[in-house]
Write a protein that binds this ligand. Structure first.
Ligand code: NDP
Length: 301
């Protein structure tokens, strides 16, 4: 069998970015004073979080949105975070809010309390219980879908694969990747199996998948012979491994053994350049969607 085609998230994300840029320009042509606004709340100083936030702010500005980085000190309490989120909930210039996780504080801060403090209609990470509940019930037109699974779905669609009736296997059941991915595939009418750390005979379960989405955080974990011939493989994993041939001394790899799996899959995402760029652009997409709805509501009043 020929090697798999590559599902290049980097390219798909760039197309979506261009479309969003045009959407924002069209909105502003009619409503000059209006700009979609994203707020990112950071608690503390984690350098990796700061890098992610910078890339989100840049992505927002590139498509004509504005992004506000709300940086709270490491001494912040849970109450301080809730107060900051509440102010953003009430701010009509802000259409999307995310709390960058994990929090970096000297005080005990519960991530679920922070994400549930965001107004569900501004929850562009899709982590609020209301959005997760609606997604699990299939209310796809009335919920905000988390960015990574939304990006994975776009990539699966891009491969031209018909999802209806397919066997889909999702590895991982986190709130941000695995669980919403399984819900999305279920409501696109795949027959879905969710795997996790207690799953028995994992290779055999994965072999059933016409569509396999992996988000577990273990380098090269899924081997080539676990992949059904012709499957579509989407790898969300981001793992840093040492690599002396690189200037930085390290490189990124996914959860799937790419070299082996591409010999059996029909389509596969590389790492990097696969799911990662889709996650950022889907955050922009979710925010533009919310801004459009807010504008529509203003007009209806
Ligand atoms: P979590 O640690 O929250 O969840 C990992 C999941 O994998 C859990 O459900 C866990 O099972 C399962 N798991 C762990 N080990 C095994 C195993 N040996 N066999 C089967 N299942 C296992 O991680 P996230 O969901 O947040 O992230 C997963 C990966 O995706 C990471 O590499 C992360 O960096 C990446 N990621 C990438 C993004 C992107 O933009 N590309 C965005 C978000 C995450 P159990 O529930 O039983 O513990």
């Amino acid at each position: 069998m020929a090697e798999a085609n590559l599902l290049l998230g980097k390219e798909v994300a760039s197309e979506i970015r261009q479309k969003l840029k045009e959407d924002v320009a069209a909105i502003r042509e009619e409503n000059e004073a209006f700009k979609p606004g994203l707020a990112i709340v950071q608690i503390g100083d984690r350098s990796d979080s700061t890098v992610y936030i910078k890339s989100k702010v840049k992505a927002a500005e590139e498509i004509g949105m504005f992004a506000r980085h709300v940086k709270l000190p490491r001494t912040s309490t849970q109450a301080d975070v809730l107060k900051a989120v509440d102010e953003l909930n009430k701010d009509s210039t802000i259409h999307g809010i995310i709390v960058q996780l994990p929090p970096d504080s000297e005080e005990p801060i519960d991530p679920a309390i922070c994400t549930n403090a965001v107004a569900p209609e501004k929850d562009v990470d899709g982590l609020h219980d209301v959005n997760a509940g609606k997604l699990s019930r299939g209310e796809l037109n009335d919920c905000i879908v988390p960015c990574t699974p939304r990006g994975c779905l776009e990539l699966i669609k891009k491969s031209g694969t018909e999802i209806v009736g397919k066997e889909a296997v999702v590895l991982g059941r986190s709130k941000i990747v695995g669980s919403p991915m399984a819900d999305l595939l279920k409501w696109h009418h795949a027959t879905v199996t969710t795997c996790h750390s207690k799953t028995k005979d994992l290779p055999d379960v994965v072999r059933r998948g016409d569509i396999v989405v992996v988000g577990i955080g273990r380098a090269d974990f899924v081997k080539g012979d676990w992949i059904k011939e012709g499957a579509v493989v989407v790898d969300c994993g981001i793992n840093v491994i040492p690599d002396e041939t690189k200037k930085s001394g390290r490189r990124l790899i996914g959860d799937v053994h790419f070299a082996e799996a591409k010999k059996r899959a029909s389509w596969i995402t590389p790492v990097p350049g696969g799911v990662g760029p889709m996650t950022v652009v889907m955050l922009m997409n979710n925010t533009v969607d919310r801004a459009k709805r807010a504008l529509q509501m203003q007009k209806n009043i």
